[in-house]
Ligand binder design. Sequence first.
Ligand SMILES: *Cc1c(COP(=O)(O)O)cnc(C)c1O
Length: 397
Amino acid sequence: METDASTTPRALATEAVHAGREDLAGLGLHAPPLDLSTTYPSYDSRGEAARIDAFAATGARPEGPPVYARLDNPTTGRFETALARLEGAQSAVAFASGMAALTAVLLVRAAAGLRHVVAVRPLYGCSDHLLTAGLLGTEVTWVDPAGVADAIRPDTGLVMVETPANPTLAETDIRALAHSCGSVPLLVDSTFATPVLQRPLGLGARIVLHSATKYLGGHGDVMGGVVACDEEFAGKLRQMRFATGGILHPMAGYLLLRGLSTLPVRMRAASATAAELARRLTVDPRVARVHYPKLGGAMVAFEVYGDPHRLIAGVTLITPAVSLGSVDSLIQHPASISHRIVAEGDRRAGGVSDRLLRMSVGLEDVEDLWRDLCEALSTQPARTEGGSVPVLRPVVR
Ligand SMILES: *Cc1c(COP(=O)(O)O)cnc(C)c1O
């Protein structure tokens, strides 16, 4: 029997290098073009009026040229198409950063009168801050996954979770949580997993958010955010993006599309190295606790007995820097940097200990990384023979 190429699903690795590029051969191109236009010529103003009315009605991407770059861009559109395909979503909408993407989601819900958000800690520090500070006029109730159903109110517009979570790598059962949400949409920030390890929409989530700055870009040189969802919600997000202006720059769209093509290979390689480092850290007497997701992935977090600042100062190959998901390894101290903006009590409630370090494992050789970690760990006291925990002495600089 012949297989129908248009309906047979392609593997993720194939989609990663082909999705969003279907029309290139017809255009006589191989590499995707970069369209930097801010505006597009049209000699038919009546036609433009109809296209603008259509966008105002549904938020669908306009047929033909985009009218204006804040409305749509063909290069960014290729990235959106590809990411939607990888997530198994109808649509995806890209933004200037992960925070701009989350902002648009919250504003769309608030505009519908649904200002209440139920969220599970920990979240990325700035996401926690955006919700806690109510900067967008939203109100948040923080709960454990088991408390979600009881926390939902008539004005709840969103349930939000990160899994694996930043920075503790805590995992939430998406299917069970989606069930607790009833008709309220569940947003999963899947930045750490990427579609290579987890596709939340297939597990009952309605909205997937990525800081594209991290693994999707993958090289530490582009900021972006993206939301994968159904076309109806995507339309509302596009209208919100048009009105509020948090668009992704086309150059960033170009780099993100390029990043997607190596995403499966990068994730597999970095995850294998991270799993091996997590294994070695687990048996190291200078390490109190290791956090590594059952799902796998390229992030490892661990707690030390001594001063985490001394460990950060002791790395030479690994870069001491915030952010993650690049080809090179980074390490940072969440209580000082990524989650600094979260109040100390809230941070602790989310499981973010002051001795926790978060490492983003890149594509270096595992032995080189381990040597660097061991050097840095030499600044730390070890568990004694009897297993007693050393007393943390303040470090005088
Ligand atoms: C970095 C990050 C964000 C914010 O993304 P930006 O691109 O920095 O705005 C959101 N969620 C998670 C899990 C992150 O790691």
